[in-house]
Design a protein around this ligand. Sequence first.
Ligand SMILES: Cc1cc2nc3c(=O)[nH]c(=O)nc-3n(C[C@H](O)[C@H](O)[C@H](O)COP(=O)(O)OP(=O)(O)OC[C@H]3O[C@@H](n4cnc5c(N)ncnc54)[C@H](O)[C@@H]3O)c2cc1C
Length: 331
Amino acid sequence: MVEVADDFDVAIAGGGIGALTAAVHAARMGRSTLVLGGRAPGGLLLSIERIDGVPGFPEGVAGYELCPMLQEQAADDGAEVRMAELEGLEPAGKGWRLATSDGDVEARAVILATGARLRTLGVKGEERLQGRGVSHCASCDAPLMRDRTVGVVGGGDSALQEALTLADAVGEVIVLHRGDALSAQAAYREPALAHPKISVRYATVVEEVLGDDAVSGVRTHDVASGETQDVELGGLFIYVGLEPNSEYLRGRLDLDDDGRVPTDATLQTDLPGVFAAGIVRRGSLGQAAISAGEGAAAAKAAHRYLNDGAGAEQESTPAASAARGNGGSHG
Ligand SMILES: Cc1cc2nc3c(=O)[nH]c(=O)nc-3n(C[C@H](O)[C@H](O)[C@H](O)COP(=O)(O)OP(=O)(O)OC[C@H]3O[C@@H](n4cnc5c(N)ncnc54)[C@H](O)[C@@H]3O)c2cc1C
C-alpha cells in the first residue's frame, strides 16, 4: 500500500510560464493547487537575457527577473510550489495518484505543462565538451568568452536571438546553419544579418565538436559542395529545436510522433481530468505568451471539469465549494 502524503484539487506539473500561470488561475478559482516545479523553476525562459513579446514589457524582460515573479505570484495566490518532478500517474478513486520525486500525491485534476528542453546535435565531442565550451545558455556563458569567436548552431528564432545576445559580449559570432535561408522572424533576422560581429555560414552541418579539455572548433560539412572544413571557435551554442519533456507519460498516454501531448479543444488529453498546456502540448506555438494563455485556459478547463465532471462527485476543499459555478470570468 502506497502512502499518499497529500491530496489536491489540481496538481500542475512544470515550473515554466505555462505551469505557473495555470497555478495562478487554479488557485484564484479557489482550487487547492500543487505545482510540481521540476528541478529548477523557470523553464526555458530562465536563461533568456531579454524575453520579447510578453505583454506589459515593451522593452523585453530578463528571464531571471520574470521567472521568480511568476513563482511568487503563484505562491501569493495560494498555490503550493514544490521542487519535485512528476514521474508517472495512475488512476486513483475519481482522480489521479501522481508519483513524484518527493513522494506520492493525489489530485482530482492534473495539468501537464512540462515544456521542452533544447535538442542536442548528437555529434562526436558534443557531450564530452558540454560545460567546457559547449553551451545552451548564451546569457550564462557569454561573459566567460569575451573576445573569442564563438559558433551558434541553428537558423531559427532562438539561434538568432542568442547570437545577438552573444554579439554584445564576445569578439565574433559565426552562425552555422544547415539550410540556405534563415527561418527566424524578421525582428531577429534583420539585426543579426546587419550586425558587424555576426556572420552566417549556410548549408553548413556540424559533424564534430573539436577540442581536448575545451572547445577549440568544429568540423563542418558543406551540404552544397560536400567539403569538410575545421572552423576555429572558442565556444559553441546549440539551438536546433526542442525535445518535449514527456517521457514520464509513455505507456500512460499516446503521444504524437514528436513526443508531444495531444489534446482536444478544451486542452483535455485522452485521460479524464488530465489537461496539457504550453510547449509540451501538440499544436502549441512556442511563445511564452501562448504558454501562459494555455496555462490559464487549462486551469479554467480543470475547474469546469471539477464542477461538472467525474471529479465533482468527490469532496473538495471549502474554498473550492465556494468557488463552484463561479470561474471568475472577465468575459
Ligand atoms: C533560446 C530561446 C529563446 C527564447 N526566447 C523567447 C522570447 O524572447 N519570447 C518568447 O515568447 N518565447 C521565447 N522562447 C520560447 C519560450 O522559452 C517558451 O515558449 C516557453 O518557455 C514555454 O513555456 P512552457 O511553460 O510551456 O515550458 P518550459 O519553459 O519548457 O517549462 C517547463 C518546465 O517544466 C519542468 N519539467 C520538465 N519535466 C518535468 C517533470 N517531469 N515534472 C515537473 N516539472 C518538469 C522543466 O524543468 C521546466 O521548468 C525562447 C526559447 C528559447 C529556447
